[in-house]
Design a protein around this ligand. Structure first.
Ligand SMILES: [Zn+2]
Length: 93
């Protein structure tokens, strides 16, 4: 189960706002709401860091892929700088 960070933020705001109007008896809920808001902000930052990291890994994978080619004799993956296929030994170019 994955709860989006924005749901945490909304929940925290609703909880702390409603307990604020309900009075001193609900001061615990007010702090609980603040903690949930902090949690939501933390999750938002985590999601942002994680997603930006992921895209940079994808970019790197694409860049590395450009250095590779397929042998037209046996379909083995070979480096573009190679003259001969490492699998079947046939000339690549
Ligand atoms: Zn080959």
């Amino acid at each position: 189960m994955k709860i989006p960070a924005l749901v945490w933020l909304m929940l925290g705001i609703v909880l702390s706002a409603s307990s604020y109007y309900l009075g001193d008896d609900f001061v615990l809920f007010f702090y609980a709401g603040l903690i949930i808001i902090a949690l939501g902000v933390f999750k938002l930052i985590l999601e942002y860091v994680f997603s930006s990291k992921e895209t940079s890994i994808e970019k790197k994978a694409v860049q590395e892929k450009e250095h590779y080619d397929k042998c037209r004799h046996c379909n083995n993956v070979v480096r573009r700088i190679d003259y001969y296929c490492s699998m079947c030994g046939k000339q690549l170019r």
